[in-house]
Every structure is written in structure tokens, then in C-alpha cells.
Design a protein around this ligand. Structure first.
Ligand SMILES: Nc1ncnc2c1ncn2[C@@H]1O[C@H](COP(=O)(O)OP(=O)(O)OP(=O)(O)O)[C@@H](O)[C@H]1O
Length: 801
């Protein structure tokens, strides 16, 4: 079935006025008046015309928390107890009421979806235990984490105990992902749950922004595990409730510094989510889940059973374009189909059975502890088999969008609202369940099925014999398809996807499948790179439009390595840099420290004289890992340099910052371009002054410029360190400060994994595959972290220079 999408329009806030209301809930034609399933919003280009978006249900400003819960969430509880997983997530622009909907207020009436869900779960559990005369026992436990700046933090851990890199996520096969090292807390009663939940929420990253006094700066994921035990049979299912951070238009938020970094991360993850949804709805073979932690985690699906998206909307004009964009996103999301697969019970070791037998049995019926990806049914099978399954009938679309305008009176066919089907459980008849009835020996089908098997669970796919030529031809065709898809994306993102390739004549043997998978992974890696580059370009454009040229340059520089040899981008960077340098020179000129008619580099050289030892400019490279820390831990200082490190030590207190005198020092031009960001233009010499982040308000341009320039440079010491790491030689790496043999081995293993295309946490792919190019990447290697990098560098002293 499709993801169920319900929209909720929040009431007006104090500062908003009735006259500005432009969004309302309406009934679809032929629908009872009290039943609303359409959101109406004017066309921003032509106010007399209205757009209508139809969803499963729409709740207007007057809707209460109880009403929403009773209609949308309560019906899922019985499915949860039947072994299905349930995923609820709130999506919307900042300040539209996601947290209000999910968590709600303290009073009984204001309680949100989450406390109501738990209350309902405990009630049902008690009833089940009572009805079975305690033969069935239900245990509830929870884990709760946030994804902040693309890192996962356990919300049961106070911020000061977190590690900067956060918890790793691992792929555990079949597109499923797992957060490693999460605390799981048993909670036996609603009271206990509320206590834990409230405590954990204190650890969530929230801050005041211009649009929301308590804005969530992270995506929060609550997983409630329900374990039902009857005799030796155990069934586990999970309810996941996700409060996504809201997208933000920074022209409206006035975000600066830390808020800006958070905002970029929030927007990026939501952008990737939109890309995933787009790719799913276009039935593309590759869904870019891996491009952000949030999408990786969401892709595990918890959607193995039922998924409900609550789209939160603000009713007023100031959100007009944001609301339209959310509506469009929701409109695509509602077309995503998820498999309803119930989690299979597993059994404790039966008396008389050998341990091996019992393990074998359990492995076939193991509970679905991991989530399945959000993707259409067809794509949830092996993507290369999509042609084979082309004949599988597609379920009818359940929604339609239409315009009320004079021209847009033409509506796509309206299908009846599915809410009744939902309640009556008709939609539970999944193919997998049907097949289960035909396997009497197991009672239920095994969830572990190979891609081919999953198409015909009772009939394993034949392994046809393909000769070498046919295999090579098939590979060549797949390469052409992948390249064509990329080329099409490059030329016209808005154009419809290329027509599907002709169906293969036979099923694919295992060996070929493996090669195709490896190929897709490689192409996928390149696409990931490109998408990240595009994201930087987008942000650069946004900054430029707002006249923030320093930030724009920074973003263009970050984009550069993703588009090697792109002349246009190179010209753009040169032009922008010249403008910034020009402005800076002007400022310096005003300060009387410049002689007219001399180039900036020369000016610096002559003004400073030779032979002065330079503090290295690694601020951005160094500060990259520092930004990983949650707000309370962050001590990043833009412009911090090597010598500063050594003198003050990495633990130097922020509070002690006072504007430092700007010592004019000359640094040698880098002998060769940094691998981090190959620049098409020659680097001018750069003045560096260790300006802390606090300074940036006073001198925003300068620090931004320096940060941008520093991004593409590395000190000799940094290069030396990276060279040592990239030798992959344990005997050399273990000599680095704070490393030792074990850690060195782990680093080398990590690099070897990347070499083999694992991608891993650091996501180092492309040309630099299996190598670390920046300190940021080094810090991301398993077990290294910011402190580790700092130690290694400090240990090298000046020997590496
Ligand atoms: N249905 C509602 N009834 C009453 N007040 C609401 C409702 N929805 C939202 N609000 C109010 O609107 C404000 C913003 O809501 P909330 O913090 O939940 O937004 P959000 O979407 O979670 O924002 P962010 O993404 O920034 O965290 C809050 O003051 C909240 O109390």
C-alpha cells in the first residue's frame, strides 16, 4: 500500500492575522462535508486560481490532538500487535507544528501523537495479557536518538557525554541500516515512558530562530519496540515516530553562524529526502539514500508495515512558497508504496532440538529488527529485475491533484478515499501474506528471501545459462543505461526520464548479478559525489543572491572537487575571489597599509618581508571536524592555526577570546594544489589572522574569505600526516601520537574497505577512493575522531613541515 499522507493546518499564532490566511481544508467533490481531504492554496502567480492537493485526510485549524490521533494513529496500534512495524513522521517547514503534533503539550488535551500512542500501546498490552490469562507477556522498550548536523546522537546520553562523531550507522544488508550502540531502555508503564521521554527531550538540540522560539535543530527518531511472548514464541514489532526538523529559508530566519550550519544540514537532508522521493516516484533504479544519514535511516523503512506521514502546514501567506513546496513533496510521497510485511515470530530453543536446528529456524524467522526501505514494491525487489516485473500490475493511485483554475478544471480521475479501507483492514492483504498461507511447514513465509525468490516465493527462479557474450552484452547495456540516465540528469533535470530499456530475455545468474551490483555501486558513488556538488552549488547561488559573497565563494570551493575541470565554475570562483580580494584590498588601502598599483600577493610579500614563519592556514580543514560537536561542545575557531594550537592547546577556552591583533605574516604559496579542492586558478597569498568565530559578526567578510581560502589549502604538516595515513602501512601509522598498533590496524582496515568501494562512514569515493584527502575525512574514519586527528598532528610537531 502507499504511504498514508495526512495534512494538518495549524491555527494562527499570536503574531499572525486572519486576513493573511490562504490555506484551507476542503472536501473533495462527492465527499461528505465533514470529511476533508483537500488542501486549497492560491496560485502565487495568479491569485484568482487555486491549487488543490488531495490526500488521505486533511485536518483544518480547528482539529484537536485527540481527533488527529484517533483517526490516523490509533488504527495502527492493532496492526502493531499483529507484528507489523509502524512508522509515523511529521514533515513541514519550520514553525508549522511538527513537534506540537508529535510531542504536544503537557496538558491531557494537548498531548501529541507520541504520548497517546504509548498510552494506547500499554492499554492494548494489558488487555492482551489479561485476555490470555497472562499466557502472553508484552514488553515495551524504547530507544531515542537525534540526527544533528548529519550525525547520530543517543538522546539518552547527555550532550557532554557524546562523542563528536556520533554513533555510526551500519548497513546490515538488504538495504537495511542500523544505528550502532544505541541505548535501549525498557519501560513498563506509561509513567515510566513519559519520564524517560521527557528526560531525553531535554538532550534534544533546539534553539530559538526568528520563525520559531523552540525550533528543533535535529531530526528526532523514537523507536518503541514491542515484544510479545507466548510460550516459546516471540514476536517483535517496532513503532517509530519521527519528528523531522523543518526546512528553513534563511532569508527569513536570519540565521547566522551555528544556526546557519545546522540549517544547511537540515536543508540538505530534506533536499536529499526529496530527491529520494523523486527518484522513487520516477521509478529510478538508484535512490540516493546514502547521501544523508536521515535518508539512510528512513530508508530502513520502519515502513515494512504501515507508514503515515503528517504534513504540517502554516495557514498564512508568509509561508506561501514553502507551503507549495511541502505540498508538492507530499504529493509525490503519497505515491510511494511500502510492503506490508509482518515480522515473523521466532522461537526459543525447543527441548530436544539441537542448537544448530534452533538457530537455523530462528534465522529464517528472525524478527525484523531492521527497517526496510521506503521504495515502491517494484524497486524493493532487485532494481535490475524491474523489467522482469514490469508486468506486475501497479496498484491504483489513491490520490489526485488538480487545479481549480479555469484551465485546470480538468481533474485526473478521482478514486475513493482510502481511509475506510485503512480502517477496515482491506489493505492488509499483501501478496506476501497470501503466500504465507501456502507454506504450512513454516506457518509463515520466511522474510529472508533472495530478490528473485521474492517475486515468486514458492518457485525459486531458474538459473538460466547465459554465455559469456550475453553476459558482456548485458553489462554493456547496463553501463549505457546508467550513463544515459546521468547524462539526462545533467542536461535537463526537469525532463521526463528516458524510456525504459527493453526487457532482458532471461533472469540474471548470481555471478552476473554480483557484477551488476558492483557496477551500480560504482556509478552510484559518482552520482552521490555529483549530487553533493550540486547541493553546494545551490547553496552558493543562494548566498550570492543575498550578496553574501564570502559564503558563496566558500560553497563554490566546496563544489569544485565534485566537478573537476569545469571551466565555468572555475571562472566563477576566480571572479568572485577577485571581487572579494579587491574589496579587501580597498579596506587595507584605507588602513594605509597598501601601496597603490601592486598586486595583492606582491603587496603582502613586500609589506611583510620574507623569512617570517607563518601560522598555517588550515582553519576550515581543522574546524571541519570541530563542527561535528553538538552546540554545547563546539569550540571551533575560524582562523585557528598550528602554532596557536600548540601554544594554547586544543582545550583552550572559548570565553577567553579577545580580538587578537592582526599580525601581518606572509605565507609561502602552496607548492602544489591541494587534493581537497583542485583550483583552476592560481592561489593568491593569503593573509591569515586567527580570528575566533565570535569575531565574524564584526568582520564577517574577512573571516568568510579566509575560511573559503583555507578550505583549499593544507599545511605541510597536514599533508605529511595524510601521506602517512595513505601509506596504509601499519608500522608507520602506529607511530603517530595516540594511535598504537590496534588503532593503526583499524585505520588501515577502514581505508581498505573504502578501497573496495564500501563507502563506509567517511563516504570517500571517486578518484580518491581508499585515501583520505582532508583532516575531516581522516576524523571520520572509524575510531579516529576530532581528538584523534588533533593528537596525530600535534605529535608530528614541526617535523612534518
Ligand atoms: N495545532 C496547533 N495548535 C496550537 N498551537 C500550535 C499547533 N501547531 C503548532 N502550534 C504552535 O506553533 C508553534 C510552532 O510549532 P512547532 O514548534 O511544533 O513547529 P515545528 O514545525 O516543530 O518547528 P521546527 O521545525 O522549527 O521545530 C508553537 O508555538 C506551537 O505551540
Amino acid at each position: 500500500m502507499s504511504v498514508r499522507v495526512v495534512a494538518r493546518i495549524r491555527p494562527l499564532l499570536k503574531a499572525e492575522i486572519e486576513r493573511d490566511v490562504i490555506v484551507d481544508a476542503a472536501s473533495a467533490p462527492g465527499e461528505a462535508e465533514e470529511k476533508k481531504s483537500v488542501v486549497r492554496i492560491p496560485n502565487p502567480k495568479k491569485e484568482s486560481e487555486a491549487f488543490s492537493f488531495q490526500f488521505n485526510s486533511v485536518y483544518g485549524q480547528e482539529a484537536t490532538q485527540a481527533h488527529l490521533f484517533d483517526n490516523e494513529v490509533s488504527p495502527t496500534v492493532k496492526h502493531l500487535f499483529k507484528g507489523y512495524d509502524v512508522t509515523l513522521f511529521a514533515y513541514g517547514v519550520t514553525g508549522t507544528g511538527k513537534t506540537h503534533t508529535m510531542r504536544g503539550g503537557k496538558s491531557l488535551a494537548e498531548r501529541g501523537v507520541i504520548p497517546r500512542l504509548l498510552s494506547s500501546i500499554y492499554r492494548k498490552a494489558r488487555r492482551l495479557e489479561k485476555d490470555s490469562a497472562d499466557a502472553t507477556q508484552v514488553e515495551v522498550s524504547m530507544s531515542y536518538y537525534e540526527i544533528y548536523n548529519d550525525r547520530v546522537f543517543d538522546l539518552f546520553e547527555p550532550p557532554e557525554k557524546r562523542t563528536a562523531a556520533g554513533l555510526p550507522i551500519r548497513d546490515v544488508g538488504n538495504g537495511k541500516t542500523q544505528v550502532v550502540g544505541l541505548t535501549e531502555r525498557p519501560c513498563t508503564s506509561l509513567k515510566e515512558f513519559e519520564l524517560l521521554y521527557d528526560q531525553a527531550n531535554v538532550n534534544r538540540s533546539t534553539s530559538a530562530t526568528k520563525l520559531n522560539a523552540h525550533s528543533s535543530r535535529s531530526h528526532a527518531v523514537l523507536c518503541v519496540k514491542i515484544t510479545q511472548t507466548t510460550g516459546d514464541e516471540t514476536r517483535v514489532s517496532t513503532a517509530s515516530a519521527i519528528d523531522l526538523a523543518g526546512s528553513e529559508d534563511n532569508r527569513r530566519t536570519d540565521n547566522k553562524n551555528e544556526r546557519m550550519v545546522e540549517s544547511a544540514s537540515i536543508n540538505k537532508s530534506l533536499f536529499v529526502l526529496a530527491q529520494c522521493v523523486e527518484a522513487i516516484s520516477r521509478k529510478q533504479a538508484r535512490i540516493p539514500y546514502r547521501e544523508s544519514k536521515m535518508t539512510r535511516i528512513l530508508s530502513l523503512g520502519q515502513n515494512n508495515g504501515f507508514t503515515v506521514m503528517i504534513l504540517n502546514l502554516a495557514p498564512v501567506r508568509s509561508y506561501h512558497l514553502d507551503t507549495l513546496s511541502s505540498l508538492n513533496f507530499a504529493n509525490r510521497t503519497k505515491k510511494i508504496e511500502v510492503n506490508e510485511v509482518e515480522n515473523q515470530p521466532f522461537f526459543r530453543e525447543a527441548p530436544g532440538k539441537s542448537k544448530v536446528d534452533a538457530q537455523k529456524h530462528n534465522s529464517m524467522n528472525a524478527p525484523a529488527m531492521h527497517r526496510q526501505p521506503l521504495r515502491p514494491k517494484i524497486l524493493s525487489q532487485n532494481s535490475h529485475l524491474k523489467d522482469v516485473v514490469a508486468n506486475v500490475p501497479k496498484p491504483a493511485k489513491q490520490f489526485s491533484v488538480y487545479s481549480d483554475g479555469p484551465r485546470g478544471g480538468q481533474r485526473t480521475s478521482q478514486t475513493p478515499n482510502t481511509s475506510q479501507a485503512w480502517h477496515s483492514g482491506v489493505l492488509l492483504k499483501s501478496p506476501k501474506r497470501t503466500s504465507s498461507e501456502a507454506i504450512p511447514t513454516l506457518g509463515r513465509p520466511s522474510k529472508i528471501s533472495r530478490p528473485n525468490d521474492s517475486l515468486h516465493p514458492l518457485k525459486p527462479a531458474p538459473e538460466p545459462s547465459m554465455n559469456q557474450d550475453a553476459i558482456e552484452a548485458l553489462i554493456a547495456r547496463k553501463v549505457t543505461e546508467a550513463l544515459a540516465e546521468r547524462a539526462a540528469d545533467q542536461t535537463a533535470l526537469s525532463e521526463p526520464p528516458p524510456p525504459p530499456p527493453p526487457p532482458p530475455s532471461a533472469c540474471i545468474p548470481d555471478e552476473l548479478q554480483r557484477r551488476l551490483d558492483a557496477l551500480e555501486k560504482r556509478v552510484g558513488g559518482q552520482e552521490t559525489e555529483r549530487a553533493e556538488g550540486l547541493q553546494y552549488l545551490l547553496m552558493a547561488k543562494q548566498h550570492q543572491v543575498r550578496g553574501e559573497e564570502g559564503s558563496a565563494l566558500k560553497m563554490y570551493l566546496l563544489a569544485l572537487p565534485h566537478f573537476p575541470g569545469n571551466e565555468k565554475l572555475g571562472r566563477k570562483v576566480r571572479g568572485l575571489r577577485e571581487r572579494i580580494e579587491g574589496r579587501r584590498a580597498e579596506r587595507e588601502g584605507k588602513r594605509g597599509s597598501v601601496e597603490g598599483g601592486v598586486s595583492l600577493a606582491e603587496r603582502r610579500g613586500s609589506a611583510l618581508g620574507g623569512g617570517v614563519e607563518l601560522p598555517s592556514i588550515t582553519a576550515a580543514v581543522e574546524s571541519e571536524p570541530r563542527q561535528w560537536a553538538p552546540p554545547s561542545r563546539r569550540k571551533a575557531k575560524i582562523g585557528e592555526d598550528d602554532s596557536h594550537h600548540e601554544e594554547a592547546g586544543p582545550e583552550e577556552d572559548d570565553t577567553d577570546f579577545s580580538p587578537r591583533p592582526r599580525t601581518k605574516l606572509r605565507r609561502p604559496l602552496p607548492s602544489k594544489r591541494s587534493a581537497t579542492a583542485p583550483l583552476p586558478a592560481e592561489q593568491p597569498a593569503i593573509k591569515h589572522s586567527p580570528a575566533p568565530i565570535n569575531d565574524s559578526d564584526n568582520n564577517n567578510d574577512t573571516s568568510e574569505d579566509e575560511l573559503a581560502c583555507a578550505l583549499v589549502e593544507q599545511t605541510p604538516r597536514t599533508r605529511h600526516l595524510l601521506n602517512i595515513i595513505n601509506t596504509k602501512d601499519v608500522s608507520q601509522i602506529k607511530l603517530l601520537k595516540g594511535v598504537g598498533a590496534k588503532k593503526a590496524e583499524a585505520i588501515v582496515n577502514c581505508l581498505c574497505d573504502l578501497d573496495e568501494g564500501e563507502g563506509g562512514e567517511s563516504g570517500i569515493g571517486g578518484e580518491g577512493r581508499g585515501r583520505v584527502m582532508t583532516l575531516g575525512q581522516l576524523g571520520k574514519l572509524r575510531g579516529v575522531g576530532v581528538k584523534g586527528v588533533e593528537n596525530m598532528r600535534a605529535g608530528l610537531g614541526r617535523t612534518g613541515v
